[in-house]
Design a protein around this ligand. Structure first.
Ligand code: ADP
Ligand code: MG
Length: 304
Protein backbone atom coordinates (compact mmCIF):
# COMPACT_ATOMS: atom_id res chain seq x y z
CA UNK A 1 0.00 0.00 0.00
CA UNK A 2 1.39 3.48 -0.86
CA UNK A 3 2.25 5.88 1.94
CA UNK A 4 -0.47 8.25 0.66
CA UNK A 5 -3.07 5.50 0.83
CA UNK A 6 -1.71 4.59 4.26
CA UNK A 7 -2.01 8.06 5.64
CA UNK A 8 -5.46 8.53 4.09
CA UNK A 9 -6.55 5.33 5.74
CA UNK A 10 -5.04 6.35 9.07
CA UNK A 11 -6.79 9.67 8.76
CA UNK A 12 -10.08 7.87 8.10
CA UNK A 13 -9.56 5.65 11.12
CA UNK A 14 -8.75 8.70 13.25
CA UNK A 15 -11.81 10.54 12.01
CA UNK A 16 -14.07 7.62 12.65
CA UNK A 17 -12.50 7.11 16.08
CA UNK A 18 -12.91 10.82 16.76
CA UNK A 19 -16.52 10.65 15.69
CA UNK A 20 -17.26 7.74 18.02
CA UNK A 21 -15.60 9.63 20.87
CA UNK A 22 -17.63 12.71 20.10
CA UNK A 23 -20.83 10.77 19.94
CA UNK A 24 -19.89 8.79 23.04
CA UNK A 25 -18.95 11.71 25.27
CA UNK A 26 -20.76 14.79 24.01
CA UNK A 27 -24.02 15.93 22.62
CA UNK A 28 -24.02 16.16 18.85
CA UNK A 29 -24.41 19.90 19.08
CA UNK A 30 -21.38 20.23 21.35
CA UNK A 31 -19.39 18.12 18.97
CA UNK A 32 -20.33 20.12 15.90
CA UNK A 33 -19.78 23.47 17.56
CA UNK A 34 -16.53 22.30 19.12
CA UNK A 35 -17.63 23.28 22.63
CA UNK A 36 -16.70 19.94 24.23
CA UNK A 37 -13.46 18.67 25.69
CA UNK A 38 -11.85 17.59 22.39
CA UNK A 39 -8.40 18.75 21.40
CA UNK A 40 -9.21 22.28 20.17
CA UNK A 41 -6.44 22.09 17.59
CA UNK A 42 -7.85 19.05 15.84
CA UNK A 43 -10.16 20.20 13.05
CA UNK A 44 -13.55 18.60 13.42
CA UNK A 45 -14.64 16.59 10.40
CA UNK A 46 -17.75 17.99 8.75
CA UNK A 47 -20.67 15.55 8.94
CA UNK A 48 -20.97 15.52 5.16
CA UNK A 49 -17.30 14.55 4.82
CA UNK A 50 -17.77 11.77 7.35
CA UNK A 51 -20.78 10.61 5.43
CA UNK A 52 -18.81 10.53 2.19
CA UNK A 53 -16.09 8.57 3.97
CA UNK A 54 -18.53 6.03 5.36
CA UNK A 55 -20.27 5.55 2.01
CA UNK A 56 -16.97 5.17 0.19
CA UNK A 57 -15.62 2.75 2.82
CA UNK A 58 -18.79 0.66 2.49
CA UNK A 59 -18.35 0.60 -1.28
CA UNK A 60 -21.63 2.49 -1.84
CA UNK A 61 -20.17 4.54 -4.66
CA UNK A 62 -23.44 5.63 -6.25
CA UNK A 63 -24.92 6.68 -2.89
CA UNK A 64 -21.68 8.57 -2.32
CA UNK A 65 -22.11 10.34 -5.67
CA UNK A 66 -25.74 11.34 -5.13
CA UNK A 67 -25.86 11.96 -1.38
CA UNK A 68 -25.51 15.73 -1.62
CA UNK A 69 -28.28 16.03 -4.22
CA UNK A 70 -30.49 13.75 -2.09
CA UNK A 71 -29.81 15.84 1.03
CA UNK A 72 -30.57 19.04 -0.83
CA UNK A 73 -33.84 17.67 -2.13
CA UNK A 74 -34.69 16.30 1.32
CA UNK A 75 -34.18 19.73 2.87
CA UNK A 76 -36.80 21.11 0.47
CA UNK A 77 -39.26 18.23 0.32
CA UNK A 78 -38.90 16.92 3.90
CA UNK A 79 -39.48 13.23 3.16
CA UNK A 80 -39.77 10.76 6.05
CA UNK A 81 -36.50 9.15 7.22
CA UNK A 82 -37.60 5.91 5.59
CA UNK A 83 -38.38 7.63 2.29
CA UNK A 84 -35.03 9.38 2.30
CA UNK A 85 -33.09 6.17 2.96
CA UNK A 86 -35.12 4.28 0.40
CA UNK A 87 -34.34 6.89 -2.26
CA UNK A 88 -30.64 6.82 -1.46
CA UNK A 89 -30.34 3.03 -1.34
CA UNK A 90 -32.49 2.57 -4.44
CA UNK A 91 -30.09 4.71 -6.44
CA UNK A 92 -27.22 2.53 -5.20
CA UNK A 93 -29.10 -0.66 -6.04
CA UNK A 94 -30.12 0.55 -9.51
CA UNK A 95 -26.56 1.58 -10.36
CA UNK A 96 -25.26 -1.78 -9.14
CA UNK A 97 -27.82 -3.74 -11.15
CA UNK A 98 -26.98 -1.71 -14.25
CA UNK A 99 -23.25 -2.36 -13.75
CA UNK A 100 -23.88 -6.11 -13.38
CA UNK A 101 -26.16 -6.13 -16.42
CA UNK A 102 -23.51 -4.40 -18.54
CA UNK A 103 -20.94 -6.91 -17.29
CA UNK A 104 -23.18 -9.90 -18.13
CA UNK A 105 -23.88 -8.45 -21.59
CA UNK A 106 -20.15 -7.97 -22.21
CA UNK A 107 -19.28 -11.45 -20.96
CA UNK A 108 -21.98 -13.07 -23.14
CA UNK A 109 -20.21 -11.91 -26.33
CA UNK A 110 -23.40 -11.76 -28.37
CA UNK A 111 -22.51 -11.14 -32.04
CA UNK A 112 -25.06 -8.31 -32.32
CA UNK A 113 -27.78 -6.74 -30.27
CA UNK A 114 -31.21 -7.91 -31.47
CA UNK A 115 -34.43 -8.31 -29.54
CA UNK A 116 -37.44 -10.54 -30.10
CA UNK A 117 -39.54 -7.41 -30.61
CA UNK A 118 -37.45 -6.65 -33.69
CA UNK A 119 -38.38 -9.99 -35.22
CA UNK A 120 -40.93 -9.79 -38.04
CA UNK A 121 -43.09 -12.87 -37.51
CA UNK A 122 -45.24 -12.01 -40.53
CA UNK A 123 -42.21 -12.57 -42.75
CA UNK A 124 -41.61 -16.08 -41.34
CA UNK A 125 -45.01 -17.78 -41.00
CA UNK A 126 -43.44 -21.19 -40.31
CA UNK A 127 -42.52 -19.86 -36.85
CA UNK A 128 -45.36 -19.85 -34.37
CA UNK A 129 -45.16 -16.51 -32.62
CA UNK A 130 -46.99 -18.03 -29.66
CA UNK A 131 -44.17 -20.55 -29.24
CA UNK A 132 -41.52 -17.82 -29.21
CA UNK A 133 -43.61 -15.79 -26.74
CA UNK A 134 -43.73 -18.88 -24.51
CA UNK A 135 -39.93 -19.17 -24.74
CA UNK A 136 -39.64 -15.49 -23.85
CA UNK A 137 -41.12 -16.28 -20.42
CA UNK A 138 -37.73 -18.02 -19.87
CA UNK A 139 -39.41 -21.03 -18.33
CA UNK A 140 -36.96 -23.14 -20.35
CA UNK A 141 -34.04 -21.51 -18.47
CA UNK A 142 -35.60 -22.34 -15.11
CA UNK A 143 -36.31 -25.88 -16.31
CA UNK A 144 -32.74 -26.29 -17.68
CA UNK A 145 -34.12 -27.33 -21.03
CA UNK A 146 -32.76 -26.68 -24.52
CA UNK A 147 -34.07 -24.92 -27.61
CA UNK A 148 -32.93 -25.98 -31.07
CA UNK A 149 -33.52 -23.84 -34.12
CA UNK A 150 -33.29 -25.69 -37.41
CA UNK A 151 -33.51 -24.13 -40.86
CA UNK A 152 -31.70 -22.76 -43.87
CA UNK A 153 -29.47 -19.66 -43.66
CA UNK A 154 -30.93 -16.21 -43.18
CA UNK A 155 -34.27 -17.26 -41.66
CA UNK A 156 -33.57 -15.72 -38.24
CA UNK A 157 -32.14 -18.60 -36.17
CA UNK A 158 -29.28 -16.54 -34.73
CA UNK A 159 -31.53 -13.50 -34.27
CA UNK A 160 -33.98 -15.53 -32.15
CA UNK A 161 -31.15 -17.03 -30.05
CA UNK A 162 -29.62 -13.60 -29.50
CA UNK A 163 -33.04 -12.18 -28.57
CA UNK A 164 -33.65 -14.96 -26.04
CA UNK A 165 -30.13 -14.72 -24.62
CA UNK A 166 -30.53 -10.94 -24.31
CA UNK A 167 -33.80 -11.44 -22.43
CA UNK A 168 -32.21 -14.01 -20.14
CA UNK A 169 -29.31 -11.65 -19.38
CA UNK A 170 -31.74 -8.81 -18.63
CA UNK A 171 -33.58 -11.14 -16.26
CA UNK A 172 -30.38 -11.76 -14.29
CA UNK A 173 -29.11 -14.98 -15.93
CA UNK A 174 -25.64 -15.40 -17.32
CA UNK A 175 -25.24 -16.33 -20.99
CA UNK A 176 -22.47 -17.06 -23.45
CA UNK A 177 -22.51 -17.10 -27.24
CA UNK A 178 -20.12 -19.20 -29.30
CA UNK A 179 -20.17 -20.68 -32.79
CA UNK A 180 -19.88 -24.46 -32.99
CA UNK A 181 -16.65 -24.01 -34.90
CA UNK A 182 -15.07 -21.75 -32.23
CA UNK A 183 -16.31 -24.04 -29.49
CA UNK A 184 -14.70 -27.17 -30.93
CA UNK A 185 -11.48 -25.31 -31.76
CA UNK A 186 -11.34 -23.99 -28.20
CA UNK A 187 -12.03 -27.36 -26.58
CA UNK A 188 -9.47 -29.05 -28.87
CA UNK A 189 -6.85 -26.51 -27.79
CA UNK A 190 -7.75 -27.07 -24.13
CA UNK A 191 -7.44 -30.84 -24.64
CA UNK A 192 -3.96 -30.42 -26.18
CA UNK A 193 -2.91 -28.21 -23.28
CA UNK A 194 -4.30 -30.62 -20.67
CA UNK A 195 -6.94 -28.08 -19.54
CA UNK A 196 -10.08 -29.70 -20.91
CA UNK A 197 -11.86 -30.12 -17.57
CA UNK A 198 -11.37 -26.49 -16.63
CA UNK A 199 -12.49 -25.29 -20.06
CA UNK A 200 -15.56 -27.53 -20.02
CA UNK A 201 -16.49 -26.09 -16.63
CA UNK A 202 -16.38 -22.59 -18.15
CA UNK A 203 -18.88 -23.68 -20.79
CA UNK A 204 -21.09 -25.26 -18.14
CA UNK A 205 -21.21 -22.17 -15.91
CA UNK A 206 -23.46 -19.83 -17.96
CA UNK A 207 -27.15 -20.55 -17.46
CA UNK A 208 -27.70 -20.11 -21.20
CA UNK A 209 -25.13 -21.30 -23.72
CA UNK A 210 -25.78 -20.38 -27.37
CA UNK A 211 -24.05 -22.69 -29.84
CA UNK A 212 -24.50 -21.20 -33.30
CA UNK A 213 -24.13 -22.85 -36.69
CA UNK A 214 -23.80 -26.48 -35.75
CA UNK A 215 -23.44 -28.57 -38.89
CA UNK A 216 -22.03 -25.95 -41.25
CA UNK A 217 -18.69 -27.72 -41.00
CA UNK A 218 -18.48 -31.49 -40.38
CA UNK A 219 -16.64 -32.56 -37.22
CA UNK A 220 -13.86 -35.13 -37.02
CA UNK A 221 -13.92 -37.89 -34.38
CA UNK A 222 -12.23 -35.75 -31.76
CA UNK A 223 -14.56 -32.80 -32.43
CA UNK A 224 -17.61 -35.04 -32.14
CA UNK A 225 -16.33 -36.54 -28.86
CA UNK A 226 -15.63 -33.07 -27.44
CA UNK A 227 -19.12 -31.90 -28.37
CA UNK A 228 -20.57 -35.00 -26.74
CA UNK A 229 -18.58 -34.25 -23.57
CA UNK A 230 -19.89 -30.70 -23.51
CA UNK A 231 -23.52 -31.71 -24.01
CA UNK A 232 -23.13 -34.36 -21.30
CA UNK A 233 -21.53 -31.85 -18.93
CA UNK A 234 -24.40 -29.37 -19.40
CA UNK A 235 -27.12 -32.00 -19.35
CA UNK A 236 -29.74 -30.95 -16.77
CA UNK A 237 -27.38 -28.22 -15.52
CA UNK A 238 -28.12 -25.37 -17.94
CA UNK A 239 -29.88 -24.54 -21.19
CA UNK A 240 -28.38 -24.79 -24.63
CA UNK A 241 -29.74 -22.69 -27.48
CA UNK A 242 -28.50 -24.29 -30.66
CA UNK A 243 -28.86 -23.41 -34.32
CA UNK A 244 -28.26 -25.71 -37.24
CA UNK A 245 -28.87 -25.75 -40.95
CA UNK A 246 -29.09 -29.55 -40.84
CA UNK A 247 -32.16 -31.56 -39.83
CA UNK A 248 -31.66 -34.25 -37.15
CA UNK A 249 -31.61 -36.97 -39.81
CA UNK A 250 -28.40 -35.45 -41.17
CA UNK A 251 -26.60 -35.23 -37.81
CA UNK A 252 -25.02 -38.63 -38.34
CA UNK A 253 -23.00 -37.17 -41.18
CA UNK A 254 -22.30 -33.93 -39.25
CA UNK A 255 -20.67 -35.96 -36.46
CA UNK A 256 -19.24 -38.54 -38.85
CA UNK A 257 -20.74 -41.32 -36.72
CA UNK A 258 -24.42 -42.17 -36.18
CA UNK A 259 -23.72 -43.68 -32.74
CA UNK A 260 -22.24 -40.53 -31.26
CA UNK A 261 -24.88 -38.41 -33.07
CA UNK A 262 -27.61 -40.50 -31.40
CA UNK A 263 -25.95 -40.15 -27.98
CA UNK A 264 -25.71 -36.37 -28.43
CA UNK A 265 -29.31 -36.05 -29.64
CA UNK A 266 -30.49 -38.25 -26.78
CA UNK A 267 -29.18 -35.79 -24.17
CA UNK A 268 -29.85 -32.63 -26.14
CA UNK A 269 -33.47 -33.47 -26.92
CA UNK A 270 -34.48 -35.05 -23.60
CA UNK A 271 -35.75 -31.69 -22.29
CA UNK A 272 -36.06 -29.47 -25.33
CA UNK A 273 -38.09 -27.52 -27.85
CA UNK A 274 -37.31 -27.67 -31.56
CA UNK A 275 -38.25 -24.76 -33.78
CA UNK A 276 -38.20 -25.77 -37.43
CA UNK A 277 -38.00 -22.74 -39.66
CA UNK A 278 -38.83 -23.18 -43.31
CA UNK A 279 -38.86 -20.06 -45.37
CA UNK A 280 -37.06 -17.42 -47.28
CA UNK A 281 -33.87 -15.74 -46.17
CA UNK A 282 -34.50 -12.33 -44.64
CA UNK A 283 -31.14 -11.21 -46.01
CA UNK A 284 -32.33 -11.93 -49.55
CA UNK A 285 -35.51 -10.00 -48.93
CA UNK A 286 -33.44 -7.01 -47.80
CA UNK A 287 -31.19 -7.31 -50.87
CA UNK A 288 -34.20 -7.36 -53.12
CA UNK A 289 -35.73 -4.39 -51.36
CA UNK A 290 -32.46 -2.51 -51.91
CA UNK A 291 -32.72 -3.35 -55.62
CA UNK A 292 -29.70 -5.71 -55.51
CA UNK A 293 -29.73 -9.04 -57.36
CA UNK A 294 -30.28 -11.99 -55.02
CA UNK A 295 -28.14 -14.38 -57.08
CA UNK A 296 -24.71 -14.01 -55.36
CA UNK A 297 -26.10 -14.60 -51.90
CA UNK A 298 -28.34 -17.40 -53.13
CA UNK A 299 -25.32 -19.32 -54.39
CA UNK A 300 -23.65 -18.81 -50.98
CA UNK A 301 -26.81 -19.85 -49.17
CA UNK A 302 -26.90 -23.08 -51.14
CA UNK A 303 -23.57 -24.04 -49.66
CA UNK A 304 -24.87 -23.64 -46.10
P1 ADP B 1 -29.71 -17.34 -39.60
O1 ADP B 1 -29.01 -17.43 -38.30
O2 ADP B 1 -30.94 -18.15 -39.69
O3 ADP B 1 -28.77 -17.60 -40.75
P2 ADP B 1 -29.97 -14.57 -38.86
O4 ADP B 1 -30.70 -14.72 -37.60
O5 ADP B 1 -28.52 -14.24 -38.75
O6 ADP B 1 -30.18 -15.82 -39.81
O7 ADP B 1 -30.69 -13.46 -39.73
C1 ADP B 1 -30.00 -12.74 -40.74
C2 ADP B 1 -30.34 -11.27 -40.61
O8 ADP B 1 -31.71 -11.08 -40.92
C3 ADP B 1 -30.14 -10.74 -39.22
O9 ADP B 1 -29.73 -9.40 -39.31
C4 ADP B 1 -31.53 -10.81 -38.60
O10 ADP B 1 -31.71 -9.84 -37.62
C5 ADP B 1 -32.42 -10.57 -39.80
N1 ADP B 1 -33.68 -11.31 -39.74
C6 ADP B 1 -33.88 -12.60 -40.07
N2 ADP B 1 -35.17 -12.93 -39.97
C7 ADP B 1 -35.81 -11.83 -39.55
C8 ADP B 1 -37.18 -11.53 -39.25
N3 ADP B 1 -38.16 -12.43 -39.42
N4 ADP B 1 -37.47 -10.28 -38.81
C9 ADP B 1 -36.50 -9.35 -38.68
N5 ADP B 1 -35.20 -9.58 -38.96
C10 ADP B 1 -34.85 -10.79 -39.39
MG1 MG C 1 -26.99 -17.66 -38.05
Amino acid sequence: MSSIQNSVQNMNVQNIAATSQIIGSQTTEQAYTGSGSMDPLRPLPRPIDQLHECLAALGLSEADAVIETCLERASKEAPSYAQFLTELLTSELTARQLRQLRMRLRMARLPYQKTLDQFDFAFQPSIEERQIRELSTLRFVHELSNVIFLGPPGVGKTHLCVGLADLAIRSGFSAYFVTAHELIADLSRALREGKLDRRLRQYVTPKVLVIDEMGYLPLDDRGATLFFQLVTARYERGSILLTSNKGYAEWGSVFGDPVIATAILDRLLHHSTTINIRGESYRLKERRRAGLPSTPERSLENQG
